[in-house]
Design a protein around this ligand. Structure first.
Ligand SMILES: CC(C)(COP(=O)(O)OP(=O)(O)OC[C@H]1O[C@@H](n2cnc3c(N)ncnc32)[C@H](O)[C@@H]1OP(=O)(O)O)[C@@H](O)C(=O)NCCC(=O)NCCS
Length: 167
């Protein structure tokens, strides 16, 4: 059975939060761990929207924190599936902070994560393909195989450097 491919926009997910003092670190800016939790959550929603199956986080590439987020600002996260293989889905997440008094918005974090669809026994299971519909999406789609290669190299290095790993 073949599974019909879906557009990237079908998995697009947006979440907006107001930054409270309880979200901040001792410097008075948003705690990075809280943002990482939001990123993992929204990326999981986008991946599940794409495949309509349970998913697990397989890995997160580097997270680039570009500027601090202040208490009282709004953070808007946007995530969507950018590439798939058999059972894995790459999800791109972009986080923008907004000063609600001036309306000025800036990109503060970008991240790529990989999710794997699993069956009831936790075994990887096939997902629909994905296709881009505009130039920005096409750039993310076309550059995905290279990111995948990096990820697999990293995985290989990690496994071969741990006891009992594949050599
Ligand atoms: C992710 C997981 C399902 C992969 O299972 P596995 O038995 O190692 O399966 P495989 O090696 O056959 O890989 C299956 C897919 O996962 C991908 N994958 C596995 N590890 C990966 C990693 N570190 N980064 C990116 N992709 C990865 C493979 O590329 C493959 O993709 P494909 O089917 O699209 O080609 C399994 O390692 C797992 O359950 N990990 C724990 C997940 C978890 O607990 N997450 C946190 C809470 S949600």
């Amino acid at each position: 059975m073949t599974i019909d491919a879906k557009s990237m926009s079908q998995s697009r997910t947006v979440m907006t939060e107001l930054v409270f003092p309880s979200d901040a670190n001792h410097h008075g800016t948003m705690f990075g761990g809280t943002l990482m939790l939001y990123i993992d959550k929204i990326a999981a929603i986008a991946a599940t929207r794409h495949c309509h199956m349970p998913v697990v986080t397989a890995s997160t590439d580097s997270l680039d924190f570009l500027s601090p987020i202040k208490i009282g600002e709004a953070v808007e996260l946007e995530a969507f599936v950018t590439w798939t293989r058999r059972s894995s889905m790459e999800v791109f997440c972009i986080v923008r902070a907004e000063n609600l008094f001036t309306g000025v918005r800036r990109v503060t974090v970008t991240a790529f994560s990989t999710f794997v669809a699993v069956d009831d026994d936790g075994r990887p299971t096939p997902v629909p393909g994905v296709y881009p519909e505009n130039d920005d999406e096409r750039k993310l789609f076309d550059s995905a195989p290279e990111r995948y290669e990096h990820r697999m190299k990293r995985r290989e290095i990690r496994y071969s450097s741990t006891e009992g790993g594949t050599q």
